[in-house]
Design a protein around this ligand. Structure first.
Ligand code: NOJ
Ligand code: CA
Length: 720
């Protein structure tokens, strides 16, 4: 419940300097945000914990196109504060409920020369700060164009950073760890020629979410929340002074954002803690997004699924039906083309996958390459690649759907837009009619390639609005969404919970056909990309080395098999794929059991221990049940983690099934060595779990019935 009123925040007017400071404390008093108007009327802010200035004096403001900059000459008009402490229910998520507890201030200022009114809205939580700009309705400002956002984050040292090269078209890089002074974004971007559409924008520009760690042990994540009708933020790094300054994706004309008052920017967010696990547990980004706008959410259901998909990434199948290059989406007679014999999305394969899904308890089957156009989809920057409604001649949509319904499995639609977004928007109504006619309730979209309208970027304002438009259109038609290659998420799944997941980072698929993802990758993603929302990472690859498919292949997944299982817990998503081929699951039925059992929706989550780039251990309690699941993963180093099970109900007996690395497991030399152990455990158990290099452990902890305990050893805590 929102309680308005003046709270205990101080207003200090420092008359000597003629500068004014407006201070706001976090609910527990540990964090302090100060907004300032200096004697030149410039706006700035700081963020402090005790005597530590986490964010030093950092400017706020804008340059506007063909207008006076909105960065100085401001005078105080009004300020207002309030306190909120509420709890809201998630539609799905890492927990059933989320507490939203913050102190808020709105500072209203006016620029003397132009009369323009600007507001800064700050919300300070126990674990960080969110602030945004508001442009209220007024006579002096109506339509305007942002030509620069000047917001700074002046951090207090040459921190260690986990960064991706700044790029308005892709977030599919692997992370680099370096001091801020050693950011070389262009050099890093050049190491990833396998990324379909790369556009690094400057040697000292990095993306958000940016994770920083200071030498005195502070973790700090800089990102944004509720990116709506605005371009995505990236950060220019001043390598001497450690000032990070906002830069925004431009449009085809070089303009950044077209706004009309009243309006607001997205929230700029700074999550801070001395405990790494607090960064993972932070809900600031979700809390800063608007509540759910979908009235009836009963049709929105987290899903576990398989797909005709990995087969294409390992070259067993193709998306295209023929190898003809002479095709045209409007005129080609598809039945006249010679099939290439490797097409994956055939009626027969689809039925086999449906059977596999049904007999193993999966909710859905994703089928890529079902629709015409793939012969000529990539790299031509052409407008009409796909129509999203015409199946290839060997894919009988009606028969597949009838079979899926008979076996109680949902087919997941696939819309690869090829970046031709104008084409997609034109055809979307027909595509939705098609989905409704065939009873499809989930779709995976994709944006591989350069965007059309030409000159737009994946992260620009126009595209940001497009992704939301698509999520809204699908919401109206009771369709759930998973978007690949969109702008990275900013918590909008709170507002549109039908938007289950995004890729928007370097997924597991890079392991199939490129130099892949380094073993530390999955220990960084939850500290960065996942702070904005769930990722469709596609875990569960059992056949780790690709020479299995073709002796000439040298690529491989950079984890052990056991770590692939642990990812179902450490990489939260309500849309979770069992990504490997059915044949590879059939070869390891005992390990596959974990994928069959692990839920995709949770009542509660405990972040047990973590260090970005090194390891993560998380335990989650299944939705509406008593069972817990625990995932622990490591980077390229072997390590032993002590994992307390003190989250279990005390006095009760549980059975733990541990799927872990075998004695000689190693992501490179022996990745498929795993073993499965069973013990009796309770809330006093402390597991001492060894993880192999690039390894992990996945655990299922079920409440024991008395007859199940017979003959089962009690797990002995180390030293006892
Ligand atoms: C890239 C996506 O990330 C991948 O999952 C998909 O299979 C291909 N595009 C084809 O759309
Ligand atoms: Ca991708």
């Amino acid at each position: 419940m929102m309680k308005f009123g003046i709270v205990f925040c101080l207003v200090l007017v420092c008359l000597q300097l003629q500068a004014q400071q407006y201070i706001l404390y976090s609910p527990n008093g540990n964090l302090k945000c100060s907004l300032q108007i200096d004697n030149a009327g410039a706006l700035s802010y700081t963020l402090q914990s005790g005597n530590t200035e986490l964010i030093k004096n950092s400017q706020l403001g804008f340059n506007l196109k063909n207008a006076k900059p909105l960065k100085s000459d401001f005078v105080f008009v009004f300020t207002d504060t309030s306190v909120t402490d509420e709890t809201w229910n998630t539609v799905w998520g890492e927990s059933k409920t989320i507490r939203n507890n913050y102190h808020r201030r709105i500072l209203t200022v006016q620029q003397k020369t132009t009369g323009i009114i600007l507001q800064i809205e700050c919300k300070i939580f126990n674990d960080g700060l969110g602030f945004r700009y508001l442009f209220p309705q007024q006579d002096n400002l109506k339509y305007f164009i942002i030509s620069d956002e000047l917001t700074e984050f002046h951090v207090n040292g040459n921190h260690n950073a986990f960064w991706l090269p700044g790029d308005f078209d892709t977030n599919e890089y692997a992370y680099t760890q370096s001091r801020l002074s050693d950011v070389h974004a262009i050099e890093s971007a050049q190491k990833y020629p396998e990324i379909a559409t790369r556009n690094p924008i400057g040697d000292n520009i990095v993306q958000t979410p940016l994770l920083l760690k200071s030498d005195d042990g502070w973790y700090m994540s800089i990102h944004e929340a509720a990116l709506v009708n605005y371009a995505a933020m990236e950060l220019i790094v001043d390598k001497q002074n450690f000032i990070l300054t906002t830069t925004l994706a431009p449009d085809a004309l070089g303009n950044l954002c077209y706004l009309s008052a009243p309006c607001s920017t997205p929230w700029r967010t700074i999550i801070v803690s001395k405990k790494a696990t607090d960064i993972l547990a932070s809900r600031i980004i979700l809390n800063l997004n608007a509540p759910c706008v979908i009235e009836n959410t009963t049709w929105i259901k987290p899903m576990k699924f398989i797909g005709i998909w990995w087969g294409m990434h390992v070259d067993k199948y193709t998306w295209n039906y023929s190898n003809s290059k002479n095709i045209n989406i409007e005129t080609t007679d598809w039945t006249s083309l010679k099939p290439n014999g490797k097409h994956g999305a055939t009626t027969e394969n689809a039925m086999e996958y449906i059977d596999f899904a049904a007999s193993n308890g999966f909710d859905g089957v994703l089928i890529e390459g079902w629709n015409v156009g793939w012969e000529d989809w990539f790299g031509n920057w052409k407008e009409n690649v796909f129509d999203f409604v015409t199946p290839y001649p060997d894919f009988d949509v009606d028969a597949v759907q009838a079979y899926a319904e008979k076996r109680h499995v949902q087919i997941i639609m696939h819309h690869e837009t090829s970046g031709s977004v104008t084409n997609y928007e034109r055809r979307l109504p027909a595509a939705i009619d098609f989905m409704k006619a065939h009873n499809y309730h989930a779709v995976k979209t994709g944006y591989v390639g350069k965007i059309i309208p030409r000159g737009e970027y994946h992260d620009g304002q126009w595209m940001v609005n497009h992704y939301i438009y698509v999520a809204e259109m699908f919401a109206k038609n009771e369709i759930m969404l998973d978007a690949h290659e969109p702008v990275r998420p900013t918590g909008l799944s709170r507002t549109y919970p039908n938007w289950l997941a995004c890729e928007a980072a370097r997924g597991n698929e890079f392991n199939a056909w490129s130099k892949g993802n380094p073993p530390e990758h999955e220990t960084i993603l939850p500290f960065t990309r996942l702070l904005g929302g769930p990722m469709d990472y596609t875990p569960g690859i059992f056949q780790i080395k690709m020479d299995y498919y073709d002796a000439k292949k040298t690529t491989q997944v950079h984890t052990t098999l056991a770590k692939q299982l642990a990812l179902y817990v450490t990489m939260y998503s309500p849309f979770q794929m069992a990504a490997d081929l059915p044949e590879n699951y059939r070869a390891h039925p005992d390990a596959f059991q974990f994928i069959k059992d692990v839920p995709v929706d949770w009542d509660e989550t405990k972040y047990i221990s973590a260090e970005p780039g090194d390891y993560i251990a998380i335990a989650r309690k299944e939705k509406n049940g008593n069972n817990w699941y625990l995932g622990a993963i490591t980077d390229e180093n072997a390590r032993t983690l002590n994992l307390s099970l003190d989250f279990l109900d005390s006095g009760k007996d549980y059975i733990i099934t541990i799927y872990c690395d075998g004695e000689t497991a190693d992501w490179k030399n022996n990745p498929m060595d795993y073993r499965i152990e069973k013990y009796r455990v309770n809330s006093k158990t402390i597991l001492s779990q060894t993880l192999a290099p690039g390894g992990g452990a996945a655990m299922e902890i079920t409440l024991a019935k008395s007859d199940e305990l017979q003959g089962l050893k009690l797990y002995k805590n180390k030293g006892k």
